[in-house]
Design a protein around this ligand. Structure first.
Ligand code: HEC
Ligand code: CU
Length: 366
């Protein structure tokens, strides 16, 4: 009898401990890649709003909170199983170990087929799996909406290798669409409905404090939503390997008070600044290939690369990889490959004078 207890214990433990570790690590794996890589970008956070790291255990809004609560439930159940099972292993190993004066060469008596034990270890795991499955399905159903929540701000997200494009579809926006790159601005306490599309390969939009991952797939539209409950700069990371600058495809969501959001919208709606003192820079921008790839409203309409109409309203360039300041901007235009190796912007080999002129021009694009 003694030995079956120890033996069955062991079999049960190996199985349950294995599934515990597997599910716990699935939750934890989500944490590994993001914080380090996004930390670079946090150094240029606006001083007024807190930076919220890509971390699922600090949710700020409904979908993220539901995922967070479910994670704790799963972790809690697994922790209890782990403790019970490990406890039984240790109990068995210590209490039923071979005693010092036990010289017998025989195996202990083997006993098979105890109905109560068989029933117990069939029913209990079934119940556990049932509870986990039901709560998971319920959570998924309440997160995956099929249409925009009432009063939502609607934004199209387009994943590009290796940056994000946001198009604000809000009907109230005078002058049509607002197009920005990499920094998504939203008001707090208002649902935001995202329509996700890809210009090239599969990406995944993931700002853990706001919502779960949602894949961004070519020729297929996905939707997701969030509702930020506090002001902040929320960091995230493309969560589907998409090529050599996948790690340099960071996400930044600035959630601010509705009036601050409106003020930001006004800066984006405002016409392109046309500063005559930087006319030379603008000409270079138009004559060189810059204008084939980039849009500056009224100046060029390239669709391949980030819209630069209000470039200077952003804190970073290159999808959060580098801060937006005059020195870095100049270095970027000179040789983007040095800052973001493999990215899809070539160096146009401008000479010093041209470089200064183009940089000066871009710095006026507020
Ligand atoms: C072949 C297309 C192409 C050409 C030509 C090109 N760019 Fe770019 N540019 C890109 C792409 C793609 C990115 C985004 C890179 C990334 O983040 O991975 C980019 C990013 C930028 C950014 C950063 C924008 C942001 O918000 O992240 C600036 C500024 C910029 N380019 C300026 C210029 C200037 C000035 C020229 C001309 C001297 C130029 N580009 C020529 C494709 C191009
Ligand atoms: Cu990506």
């Amino acid at each position: 009898m003694k030995s079956i207890r120890a033996g069955t214990c062991l079999a049960l433990c190996v199985f349950v401990a294995f599934s515990c570790v597997a599910s716990a690590s699935a939750v934890a794996a989500a944490e590994i890649c993001a914080p380090g890589s996004a930390a670079t970008a946090s150094s240029v956070a606006p001083p007024t709003v807190p930076t919220i790291l890509p971390y699922i255990f600090d949710p700020h809004g409904p979908p993220a909170r539901m995922i967070h609560d479910l994670s704790w439930l799963v972790l809690g159940i697994c922790a209890v199983l782990f403790i019970v099972v490990e406890g039984m292993i240790f109990y068995g190993v210590i209490v039923y170990r071979r005693k010092k004066n036990d010289k017998s060469k025989n195996e202990p008596r083997q006993v098979y087929g105890s109905n109560p034990v068989e029933i117990a270890w069939t029913i209990i795991p079934l119940l556990i799996v049932f509870v986990l499955a039901l709560t998971t399905v319920r959570t998924i159903r309440s997160i995956e909406l099929t249409k925009a929540p009432a009063g939502a701000l609607e934004v199209v997200v387009i994943g590009h290798q290796w940056w994000w494009e946001y198009r604000y579809l809000d009907a109230n926006v005078p002058g049509g669409e607002i197009v920005v790159a990499n920094e998504l601005h939203v008001p707090i306490n208002r649902p935001v409905w995202l329509r996700l599309e890809s210009a090239d390969v599969i990406h995944s939009w993931w700002v853990p404090a706001l919502a779960g991952k949602m894949d961004v797939i070519p020729n297929h539209t996905n939707y997701t939503w969030f509702n930020a409950d506090s002001e902040g700069l929320y960091l995230g990371q493309c969560a589907e390997y998409c090529g050599n600058q996948h790690a340099g495809m960071l996400l930044r969501v600035v959630a601010s008070k509705p009036e601050e959001f409106d003020a930001w919208l006004q800066t984006q709606i405002a016409p392109t600044v046309n500063d005559t003192s930087v006319a030379m820079g603008r000409e270079i921008f138009q004559e060189y290939a810059c204008s084939n790839c980039h849009t500056v409203k009224g100046v060029s309409d390239g669709q391949f690369a980030p819209d630069l109409t209000h470039l200077m309203s952003r804190q970073t360039i290159a999808a959060g990889v580098a801060p937006l300041d005059p020195t870095t901007l100049r270095a970027w235009i000179d040789n983007p490959q040095a800052l973001k190796p493999g990215c899809n912007m070539p160096s146009l080999q401008l000479d010093t004078e041209e470089l200064d002129a183009v940089t000066a021009y871009l710095l006026t694009l507020r």
